[in-house]
Ligand binder design. Structure first.
Ligand code: FES
Length: 191
């Protein structure tokens, strides 16, 4: 007779969670009494459902990213513990996939393609210009939280290269000047 493994009861530490979220999230969000409760309860559920299921790592990270909007360090450690993985394995998956992030993404999420077709048509110039213009690094957000930047491999619109998307909307046949003009429109609520 097979023995059903006992599920671990998870208890995300509320103080640690709040401490971590406060580094990035507006104080206003914490006025909603249920905000932290909701996140904590769902995290506990996710970890219980996936107890020691290492093969579910990507799925778990998707859920956490969707739940909080990013995957804070403390939560990464808990995911590693719950799935019985080394913390380094979790953080390397997060840094490998542009979809996941350790910090909140900007209001406008920019993705610029550095795949071959876009690269040969000058996407690096666009990336450099945007980084300079907004003092922005790949994988990070501007201090005001308006823009975040991801460099991606192919956006599936190679014929329109160089291509960038802003919150999923594609803008093609770009050069550095055009890309900055488009972003200024987002900045001024004209898009
Ligand atoms: S290489 Fe850029 S969209 Fe395909």
């Amino acid at each position: 007779m097979s023995v059903i493994p006992k599920k671990e009861k998870y208890k995300i530490d509320q103080n640690q969670l709040v401490k971590e979220l406060r580094k990035f999230i507006d104080e206003e969000r914490f006025q909603d009494d249920e905000y932290i409760e909701r996140i904590k309860a769902r995290l506990n559920e996710i970890l219980e459902e996936n107890y020691k299921k290492q093969e579910n790592l990507i799925e778990v990270l998707h859920e956490v990213q969707g739940l909080i909007g990013f995957i804070p360090k403390y939560v990464q450690k808990e995911v590693a513990k719950g799935l019985d993985l080394a913390p380094g394995e979790v953080s390397s998956v997060i840094s490998f996939y542009a979809h996941f992030s350790e910090k909140p993404k900007g209001k406008y999420q920019i993705a610029i393609c550095k795949g071959t077709a876009c690269y040969v048509k000058g996407s690096v110039d666009i990336i450099d210009r945007i980084k300079k213009e907004y003092d922005l690094k790949a994988g990070e957000s501007t201090d005001d939280g308006l823009f975040s930047l991801e460099i991606v491999r192919c956006l599936g619109a190679c014929g329109l290269g160089p291509v960038m998307t802003v919150n999923g909307k594609a803008h093609g046949l770009l050069n550095a000047e055009k890309a900055v003009n488009i972003l200024q429109k987002y900045e001024n609520n004209q898009m």
